[in-house]
Design a binder for this molecule. Structure first.
Ligand code: ADP
Length: 303
């Protein structure tokens, strides 16, 4: 049976932060798509207008490293978001023990991630919920960021009802300190965590609560000094803590080259005002020096 007279419903792909995702065929284009059903409940006035306006903006967010939002429509008590279908994701790549990632492969994945981020940030759209399973990988190896802008439209996802709590591991220190106003730096921090995860082949900072997450960050980089991040004392959940020293980045990532370590240190800057932007990161010498990033078609993928 067709949904909205256009989509032939297929298998369920999984349950995400906002609702169920299923596979479907777009009969208008014969393209395979992924439809995300977001429960909005009965709404007298129809769907929330602000949400619809924001969704219209997302439809115009077109870039080779961003998942295309093909269509969006309310149906029964759900909002349906139609995306291009993607074969696999970064989490599967990292977890697959048969896959060896060369320094050039890692560079390619990080470059595509930063290109997608830089494009959205230029349009003032934040992701806010970057994690490896939001980095989808297409049939020709292209990496595309999924769920861009959804956190802002639908609010911070309610994690009590989902298995997904991993996003904490990618959370920037300003968010953990309760910042209500934050910027694109939160996505750069998350991208740095993913960069680290590609190098280590396991999540880099695995906190089991928000407090523990800060503890893991402090243990790695040392507690932030006032001179390093003067504004931290104004954040709602800031508390004085005991100073602990950090470890040299080289000791945390012994497999990384000097250029990779330098870029990582700038992406992991405590002060979001000091943290490198996605656009600046793409200009970093890590991408100019050898080895060149692997061409997407040649990247290793799960089979
Ligand atoms: P989360 O909110 O946990 O990030 P999502 O709602 O994005 O999860 O996705 C739920 C499931 O649907 C995941 O297992 C994901 O692999 C799959 N999925 C999401 N988007 C797509 C897509 N565009 N193509 C293929 N599978 C997708």
């Amino acid at each position: 049976k067709k949904v909205a007279d256009r989509y032939l419903k297929g298998v369920t792909l999984g349950e995400g932060t906002y609702g169920v995702v299923f596979k479907a065929i777009d009969t208008k284009t014969d393209q395979t798509v992924a439809i995300k059903k977001i429960r909005i409940g009965k709404q007298k006035e129809g769907v929330n207008f602000t949400a619809l306006r924001e969704i219209k903006l997302l439809k115009e967010l077109k870039h080779p490293n961003i998942i295309e939002l093909i269509d969006a429509f309310p149906h029964k008590e759900n909002l349906h978001l139609v995306f291009e279908f993607m074969e696999t994701d970064m989490e599967a790549v990292i977890r697959d023990r048969n896959i060896v990632l060369s320094p050039a492969d890692i560079k390619s994945y990080i470059q595509m991630t930063l290109k997608g981020l830089a494009f959205c940030h230029k349009k003032w759209v934040l992701h806010r919920d970057m994690k490896p399973n939001n980095l989808l990988i297409g049939p020709r190896g292209q990496l595309k960021l999924a769920d861009f802008g959804l956190a802002r439209i639908f609010g911070s996802p309610d994690r009590r009802f989902t298995h997904q709590v991993f996003a904490r591991w990618y959370r920037a220190p300003e968010l953990l300190f309760g910042a209500k106003q934050y910027g694109p730096g939160v996505d750069v921090w998350a991208a740095a965590c993913i960069f680290g995860e590609l190098l280590l082949r396991r999540p880099f900072l695995q906190g089991d609560s928000d407090i523990d997450q800060l503890g893991k960050i402090f243990a790695a980089f040392g507690t932030p000094k006032l001179a390093q991040w003067p504004d931290m004392v104004y954040l709602p959940d800031y508390v004085e803590y005991q100073n602990v020293p950090g470890k040299p980045l080289r000791a945390l990532f012994p497999m990384a080259g000097d250029d990779a370590l330098d870029l990582l240190s700038r992406m992991f800057a405590y002060d979001p005002k000091v943290r490198i932007s996605a656009e600046q990161a793409l200009e970093h010498r890590y991408f100019a020096s050898g080895p060149p990033p692997t061409e997407p078609v040649l990247l290793p993928r799960p089979r």
